[in-house]
Design a protein around this ligand. Structure first.
Ligand SMILES: NC(=O)c1ccc[n+]([C@@H]2O[C@H](COP(=O)([O-])OP(=O)(O)OC[C@H]3O[C@@H](n4cnc5c(N)ncnc54)[C@H](OP(=O)(O)O)[C@@H]3O)[C@@H](O)[C@H]2O)c1
Length: 323
């Protein structure tokens, strides 16, 4: 496993981190045994960075991570997220930041994150999520600055709203964020335009989420794939979305014929070779997936002509969470 500096935090994080959404909620059946085995295998493989959120099972994902942190002596860096109070998600341009993220709420929520994880202070607290409308009055980030000064959180940032990831660019340039969590993958390459170069310039850590486009970029889906009860992908890939995605993935596979890496390996390497990415956090549900994904760190880089081929598979489909 190779390690990278996470912006200016001083954290040297594994370039493959652990995405802990599915071990908390919304991905159908998931046993705690599998989740703990997956996290244990990740630490064995050198993973020292885990991404979670309050929303992943109302603290369930955080509590499972807390168990592993108690069991293991290795330093494990955790980024977690606080959701805004009731209202549209992601926040709309008409939302008042002081109503969605009042100071008292942020303070109590951070206390709760500490309790769930079993820690004194949160390594990285991200706002889950943001609207560009708040860039000129980033009130919630001012509160997080105070929490940093008080030692309740070590570093702060945002997880981007999917439909306007570039709203983080101003925050990066204006010094409001230590870390930003971004969707970047073979389909969604827009952050390469401005967000990632800005992060490099201003030494802001980048957490790369959804490297597999929620699983499609592992290449395992067919038009007949059915998602289980409680799996959010029933909606995400509903209607003609699954068949359109599968067609795109088939075209990608065709382009990679004769090339020795598997599609999941290619997907992870593609992110790792993009300048500005600090850690890629595939979601992982069992030890097998952990072994497969963490091994990619030690594979040789892809040649420039392969990367160029992958650039052509960018797909401006936007995001599908809400229909
Ligand atoms: N707004 C936000 O802040 C936000 C949103 C999304 C995600 N995230 C974070 O980013 C992390 C990663 O994103 P994600 O989990 O949504 O999606 P992802 O990483 O694109 O896909 C993860 C899923 O792919 C499957 N998988 C993993 N490794 C595989 C392999 N080697 N071969 C075949 N299948 C494999 C697993 O599901 P199955 O086995 O069930 O197919 C796994 O849950 C999350 O866990 C979370 O920490 C944050």
């Amino acid at each position: 496993m190779k390690y990278r500096q996470l912006g200016k935090t001083g954290f040297s994080v594994s370039e493959i981190g652990f995405g802990a959404w599915a071990i908390g909620a919304h991905w159908g059946e998931q046993s705690e045994k599998d989740s703990l085995e997956a996290l244990g295998a990740a630490v064995d493989a050198g993973v020292n960075f885990v991404d979670t959120a309050a929303a992943y099972g109302d603290g369930k994902s955080e509590q499972i991570i807390g168990k592993i942190m108690k069991e293991r002596s290795e330093r494990i860096y955790v980024s977690t997220k606080t959701p805004p109070l009731d209202g549209p998600y992601p926040p709309s341009p008409y939302c008042d930041p002081e109503v969605r993220y009042p100071e008292e709420y942020l303070r109590t929520n951070v206390e709760e994150r500490c309790r769930m994880l079993g820690v004194e202070a949160v390594d990285i607290l991200l706002l889950h999520s943001w609207t560009r409308a708040w860039n000129d009055n980033p009130y919630p980030l001012e509160v997080l600055r105070r929490l940093k000064q008080e030692g309740k959180i070590l570093y702060a940032g945002i997880s981007t709203p999917e439909h306007d990831q570039n709203c983080a660019v101003d925050l990066i340039r204006d010094g409001w964020v230590d870390v930003v969590e971004v969707v970047f993958n073979i389909f969604e390459q827009e952050p390469a335009a401005q967000l990632l170069p800005a992060a490099v310039k201003h030494k802001v850590g980048i957490i790369n989420r959804v490297v597999f486009d929620e699983g499609s970029l592992t290449g395992k889906f067919t038009e007949k794939t059915e998602f289980g009860e409680g799996d959010f992908r029933r909606e995400y890939f509903s209607g003609d979305r699954l068949s359109r995605t599968v067609k795109r993935v088939e075209a990608l596979k065709k382009d990679l014929i004769g090339y020795e890496m598997s599609l999941p390996q290619t997907a992870i390497k593609f992110s790792l070779q993009q300048e500005g990415i600090s850690t890629v956090i595939p979601g992982m549900r069992n030890a097998w997936q952990v072994k497969a994904n963490t091994a990619v760190s030690d594979l040789p880089d892809m040649a420039d002509d392969v990367i160029e081929k992958l650039h052509a598979h960018m797909w401006r489909k936007a995001f599908w969470y809400f229909g």
